[in-house]
Design a protein around this ligand. Structure first.
Ligand code: HEM
Length: 141
């Protein structure tokens, strides 16, 4: 369950990162490929473009949290596209770990246990929505 306080914590902490979005995204991908180097070849496009797209999507998701009815279909589409990129369920844990690590680095002391908990809740929500949409797509194929 995502509480209003958690939505606010995620939004206010993301606002701290926003001015350094590209650096944060670079840190994220460096960490992701450090944890699992086998993921790197899955990214076929320009990484500068990928950093921009990731931060744009996260910005939209964070902003959209108070209106989950409108956010969920967007995230489901994203999940279906990810199935097409060859992304498997277990990859979401690795990405989640890299994301939390990046937030910890970017936020420093602002990454309180409450902020961490709020981000875990939001990430699990996004990842579960993506995985479920991808699974439905695969079972329908
Ligand atoms: C909440 C989780 C995630 C978010 C918000 C996210 C966001 C995005 C966005 C916005 C794109 C651009 C293309 C598009 O919109 O379809 C993208 C592409 C991609 N993502 Fe994700 N993603 C997530 C999870 C993952 C995971 C778990 C993996 C597994 C390694 C992954 C691997 C990729 C790959 C391989 C591409 C295509 C890159 C390319 O074409 O070069 N993503 N992601």
């Amino acid at each position: 369950m995502l509480t209003l306080t958690q939505v606010e914590l995620v939004q206010s902490s993301f606002a701290i990162i926003a001015p350094i979005a590209d650096d944060a995204a670079a840190l994220f991908y460096r960490r992701l490929f450090e944890i699992d180097p086998s993921l790197e070849p899955m990214f076929k496009g320009e990484m500068a473009e990928q950093r921009r797209k990731l931060m744009q999507m996260l910005t939209a998701a964070v902003k959209g949290l108070p209106r989950l009815d409108r956010l969920v279909p967007v995230v489901e589409d994203l999940g279906r596209r990810h199935a097409g990129y060859g992304v498997a369920d277990e990859h979401y844990d690795t990405v989640g770990a890299a994301l939390l690590w990046t937030l910890e680095k970017g936020l420093g002391t602002a990454f309180t246990p409450e902020v961490k908990e709020a981000w875990v809740t939001v990430y699990v929500l996004l990842a579960t929505t993506m995985k479920n949409a991808a699974a439905k797509e695969l079972s329908a194929a």
